[in-house]
Design a protein. Structure first.
Length: 337
């Protein structure tokens, strides 16, 4: 039995976490047990692997003493696990926290757990190049973000998804997933309000104090459809299917799981540029991915609505299934452990 302690594991709105370990159970050549890491609760037998995903969330608590204490506890836990033989692997999804609650403490905390990490997984070549430093001899592996289940979305499926969400059978641009300030959702709605036509779907759980109230305060905008709250996997898939173009107007990002999931739906995406998103354009093609610049404007949204109405290929161009991603991840864990 191989034990993997993951941080986090039971985030119900994170498809990456769920699908990776579900598929890993199927592809591993021996039984595995994936359990959630709980800070300060690792005094039982050490796991074979500590798999970090978003360790920076340890210092997201707005109450600084609690955030600092949590960071110290996490570092002690990692050292204690390593002393007992645990291999620490970090999948680097982002370049730090999007919330930046305590930026100086986060940077110091990150410097320490980065030193304690034995091996790294990156989602793109651009991400790997962004992080790797000269002289770092630790293992680094690029393992693409999984997509799926890969399907062929029939026109009738998109019509049905729109109908289920109360949308008209007309072009829809959508913001789907965790709704946070760095994704500029409020700014997108305000720009959309100036159009006076079209359909904008905003679906997901608002993150951050007062953010839900800001979104609900714009509920009367013509053509805006709000579906606020944590989405189940089926609801997430339905919202992607209903969106002809999924918009990702991020102020600060390196990778985007929603981008991969949207193309798998399959839906087109409009996303602010980064090295990783540039690779996605090359892989999926310009008919599927359009790089845009901030801030969102009525003219930009009008162009995207016209793009949403254009015919498109109904089969996703991406092919990295969760089975292949889990197999590569398992192989890498065995290699470094």
């Amino acid at each position: 039995m191989t034990t993997i302690t993951s941080w986090p594991l039971h985030r119900t709105d994170c498809q990456y976490i769920h699908r990776l370990y579900a598929a890993m159970h199927d592809v591993a050549d021996q039984p595995i047990e994936a359990v959630d890491y709980r800070p300060g609760r690792v005094w039982k037998p050490a796991p074979d692997y500590l798999h970090l995903h978003w360790p920076e969330t340890a210092v997201d608590n707005p109450f600084y003493p609690r955030a600092l204490l949590r960071a110290v506890v996490v570092l002690i836990d990692i050292v204690w696990m390593k002393v007992r033989g645990t291999t620490v692997v970090w999948t680097r999804h982002d370049d730090g926290s999007h919330r930046q609650t305590h930026p100086k403490t986060e940077r110091l905390f990150a410097a320490w757990y980065e030193r304690l990490t034995d091996a790294f997984i990156h989602l793109t070549d651009g991400s790997r190049a962004h992080f790797i430093e000269d002289g770092d001899r630790r293992p680094h592996r690029v393992i693409r973000h999984g997509i799926g289940p890969i399907g062929q979305l029939q026109p009738s499926d998109r019509v049905a998804a729109k109908s289920s969400l109360g949308l008209e059978n007309a072009p829809v641009i959508g913001v789907v997933g965790r709704l946070q300030e760095y994704k500029n959702v409020v700014e997108t709605i305000d720009a959309f309000a100036q159009l006076g036509s079209g359909q904008l779907l905003v679906a997901g759980e608002p993150i951050g104090e007062g953010y839900a109230e800001q979104l609900r305060g714009r509920d009367g905008v013509r053509g805006l459809h709000l579906k606020l709250g944590r989405l189940t996997e089926d609801e997430f898939a339905e919202c992607l299917a209903a969106s002809d173009v999924v918009i990702l107007f991020y102020s600060n990002h390196l990778n985007s799981g929603v981008a991969f999931e949207a193309i798998a739906a399959p839906s087109r995406i409009a996303v602010t540029g980064s090295p990783s998103m540039g690779e996605l354009v090359a892989e999926a093609g310009a008919d599927w991915v359009r790089l845009v610049e901030m801030p969102p404007t009525p003219e930009l949204l009008s162009n995207l609505l016209m793009w949403a109405g254009e015919p498109q290929n109904e089969t996703s161009p991406l092919r990295d299934t969760w089975t292949s991603v889990a197999a590569e991840t398992w192989e890498f864990l065995r290699q470094v452990g």
